[in-house]
Design a protein around this ligand. Structure first.
Ligand code: F6R
Length: 357
């Protein structure tokens, strides 16, 4: 039930702090430490390479997951779009583990890959929000998202849940391998939950998101580097699907290699600045587009904010920023869609679970 909310999407955006808290609880052992099913830990341990297979928003969560498994657990990862992978399989490593990320657990494009991989005899893990779903039943292992039912077609809380569960899997695997991890993920996730809460409650974010920034534009760009790039593609997808504004997520440095030709007077460019190591580079990219007439919106994080930034997010662990920085992008898309009179919960041409290939 959406209760007093005008739309499921807004309700589900607001639920994200409690989803993160619920995931911490769900993946806690009796000693209060983060833990995963020992059989899954073993499968991760055995693998020489992880293949993440997913579509849409779940694919975007997979891009963040790659960062986690490689940076925290030091396992090489490939992330693939399911509709491509099944019909054009890359050269596989000797001991691959396949991870299917799917909110619904019913996506036909992802399932056709699972069927083929099972025929080849490789181990499979499904990360899903729906216990008993097709991909959960058919895979060797399942990790649940614990996000509660997601009704709005545009995925919000499931993305945050996917990223959180991927972080937990990578972290627990790193610890079990004796890799020195210099942060306490449980504590950092609790900080993230509070940060998301402060964003959904923030007057400043609401005022920016609900103003007319995207009310009449034909197109918009989302740019970022590193982790922020992973989130910028998700921000663009969210905007496209519910507001019908043509949007593109871009690696900040890549713009000048062609796409910058599309920047005109007033083109909105939303830039994420949460990664210290590249914050000056991305600000440089913002300058490049602003000099060509773009109307920039900078979303930065405390500690690297500058005068004129549209939104300054609270500080969280640098690897966990996607869980938080996606939230203002969801809100910007939501209000842009409202502004343009779109059906937020049921965008045209889209279904909640895509059961055809
Ligand atoms: C975007 C969206 C879709 C789904 C995609 C995969 O908001 O909802 O892009 O993410 O269809 O769906 P699942 O995760 O159910 O496999």
């Amino acid at each position: 039930e959406k209760g007093t909310y005008p739309h499921y999407m807004l309700k589900e955006i607001d639920e994200q702090p409690s989803v993160v808290r619920k995931i911490i609880q769900a993946y806690e052992n009796e000693q209060g430490e983060l833990a995963i099913d020992p059989a899954i830990a073993e499968a991760l341990h055995e693998a020489d390479r992880l293949y993440i297979i997913a579509a849409g928003t779940s694919y975007h969560a997979g891009l963040v997951g790659k960062e986690y498994f490689e940076k925290i657990a030091r396992i090489p990862v490939e992330v693939h779009i399911s509709s491509e992978f099944g019909y054009n399989m890359p050269l596989l490593s000797e001991k691959p583990l396949f991870i299917f990320i799917t909110q619904s657990g019913e996506t036909a494009d992802s399932r056709q890959v699972l069927v083929k991989i099972k025929e080849l005899g490789y181990p499979t893990l499904t990360i899903t929000n729906v216990p008993g779903s097709t991909l959960s039943r058919e895979a060797d292992y399942t990790m649940l998202l614990h996000a509660g039912p997601e009704i709005a077609v545009a995925s919000t809380k499931a993305y945050v849940a996917q990223v959180a569960v991927l972080a937990i899997a990578a972290y627990v695997e790193a610890k079990s391998q004796g890799i020195a991890v210099n942060f306490d993920l449980k504590k950092e996730l609790a900080i993230v939950a509070n940060a998301i809460q402060s964003i959904v409650d923030s007057k400043e974010v609401f005022e920016f998101a609900s103003k007319d920034y995207l009310s009449t534009t034909r197109n918009a760009f989302f740019i970022g580097r590193n982790m922020d790039y992973c989130v910028s593609v998700e921000g663009a997808l969210k905007l496209k699907e519910i507001s019908y504004i043509q949007a593109e997520g871009f690696a900040g440095g890549e713009l000048k290699h062609g796409t910058i030709a599309l920047i005109e007077e007033g083109t909105p460019v939303i830039a994420l600045v949460t990664q210290k190591s590249v914050s000056l580079n991305i600000r440089g990219n913002v300058k490049e587009v602003t000099a060509r007439g773009a109307n920039p919106c900078i979303i930065s994080m405390e500690g690297m904010e500058q005068e004129g930034d549209a939104i300054v997010l609270p500080q969280v662990h640098p690897l966990l920023t996607p869980l938080m920085s996606v939230v203002p992008l969801q809100l910007i898309s939501y209000y842009a869609a409202l502004y343009r009179g779109c059906d937020v919960d049921k965008p045209r041409n889209l279904a909640k679970s895509v059961t055809v290939e």
